[in-house]
Design a protein around this ligand. Structure first.
Ligand SMILES: Cc1cc2nc3c(=O)[nH]c(=O)nc-3n(C[C@H](O)[C@H](O)[C@H](O)COP(=O)(O)OP(=O)(O)OC[C@H]3O[C@@H](n4cnc5c(N)ncnc54)[C@H](O)[C@@H]3O)c2cc1C
Length: 381
């Protein structure tokens, strides 16, 4: 089914994203896998091409594009190469950017956004702690006022871009009495004494992504590094999770559709019993179901994307898009592995990597269970 939510400008932008992926990422993917990170040169090139500041106002070095579709097109094209690329870049462009643009003071914007756009300042968003990620309001990292400064203690885990980030937005408890209403966001700079990174975590998939533990031991954070108002961090995070979740949904389905296309080519070539495996009725029906699932999912995600552009996307609809697309992605990729037979289980095949890369989409940015919890609550249950 033809997608109807893009115009010629979007199509031209998609072409430039594809060129970037083919020239700058694809030839170096094995290096990114080996290093478990993209490397500064990729970030600088992303910045040079103008991809990092799409939704940042022009006066701070961005493109000032008031149309989320451009960021999401970039995310789709990155996902089509490998899920980790859209994860790493998306945290910076789709997750962190809105905090810096919407909540920062003029001085903070001037300080961070120009280098955010060039790729000289890589960012991360640190909410999850070892004691739990789903129940964000229960986080334990603590910041205590010391004169005008704050002294930050605690740790975070599973943080995308954690090892390479120059600036990390950290959620910490500033008012223990007030639960969710006692959490504040702090911008922690890489060179602040007491800020340490743990090892790059050994993940099942997405080897190109750096995912790390972070430790804060008496980190002195000046008042100029508080994001927004003290004790308002939780509501800021909730407000921005809608954009994060539609971003996830877009990546999920783009990733699955790319591998499904590659699998369709494969089943026409690969023979068993003298016949292309795709023409056995069992496989033909499977592929018919997968293609239908992919297109129907895409239609819903596209509608959500349009709603996100005009500001009407609800948290509940974003939750539906996120869990459904994650489930569809995992179902599609699991069936694709089956169709590739033994090769589908070999890491040198894209389908195997994609299958492993995708598993986390049902867990992160709000697990499928948490998404259903939100939807259930909206049903009055
Ligand atoms: C590769 C990767 C990258 C990540 N990147 C980041 C990042 O950049 N920044 C960041 O802050 N976090 C990041 N995360 C963390 C991620 O968001 C959390 O893992 C996620 O929110 C789940 O938290 P948890 O792992 O502590 O699981 P838990 O919260 O312990 O949940 C465990 C299980 O219990 C279920 N569960 C929990 N509560 C309920 C409930 N009420 N009803 C039903 N089931 C429930 C969950 O769905 C899950 O299946 C990343 C994680 C991974 C794996």
């Amino acid at each position: 089914m033809r997608r109807t939510i893009f115009d010629e400008d979007h199509d031209a932008f998609r072409e430039s994203c594809r060129t970037f992926v083919d020239r700058t990422l694809r030839p170096h993917q094995e290096k990114h896998i080996g290093n478990h990170e993209l490397g500064r040169e990729v970030w600088l090139e992303l910045g040079k091409q103008g991809f990092l500041g799409l939704n940042v106002p022009e006066e701070y070095g961005g493109a000032g594009v008031d149309d989320l579709r451009f960021s999401l097109i970039l995310a789709e094209e990155l996902s089509r190469l490998a899920f980790a690329y859209s994860s790493c870049v998306g945290i910076h462009t789709n997750c962190v950017a809105p905090y810096l643009v919407d909540l920062c003071t003029e001085e903070q914007r001037q300080r961070w956004l120009p280098t955010f756009c060039t790729g000289e300042l890589i960012t991360a968003l640190a909410m999850t702690e070892a004691s739990g990620g789903s129940d964000l309001a229960a986080l334990k990292s603590r910041a205590v006022a010391d004169g005008e400064d704050w002294i930050l203690n605690g740790s975070k885990t599973f943080i995308t871009n954690g090892a390479c980030a120059d600036l990390v937005l950290v959620a910490a408890r500033t008012n223990p009495e007030r639960g969710a209403k006692g959490i504040t966001l702090f911008a922690v700079q890489a060179d602040m004494p007491g800020f340490e990174r743990g090892r790059k975590l050994d993940k099942v998939g997405q080897p190109e992504a750096d995912t790390s533990e972070l430790f804060f031991d008496d980190v002195r954070v000046p008042p100029g590094n508080v994001i927004g108002e003290v004790d308002h961090g939780f509501i800021y995070m909730m407000q921005r999770l809608v954009a994060e979740r539609i971003g996830s949904a877009v990546n999920n389905i783009a990733h699955a559709r790319q591998i499904l296309d590659e699998t369709l080519d494969y089943v026409k070539e690969r023979k068993a019993f003298g016949t292309p495996i795709g023409s056995f009725q069992a496989n033909k029906f499977t592929l018919a179901e997968l293609q239908t699932l992919a297109e129907v999912t895409q239609a819903y995600v596209d509608q959500c994307m349009v709603a996100a552009v005009d500001g009407t996307l609800t948290a509940v609809d974003a939750a539906k898009a996120k869990w459904w697309s994650a489930q569809a992605q995992n179902d599609i990729l699991d069936a694709c592995v089956q169709l590739w037979g033994g090769y589908g289980y070999m890491n040198e095949y894209r389908v195997a990597r994609a299958w492993a890369d995708a598993r986390v989409s049902k867990i992160w940015a709000g697990s499928n269970e948490i998404m259903k919890e939100l939807i259930g609550r909206d049903l009055g249950l």
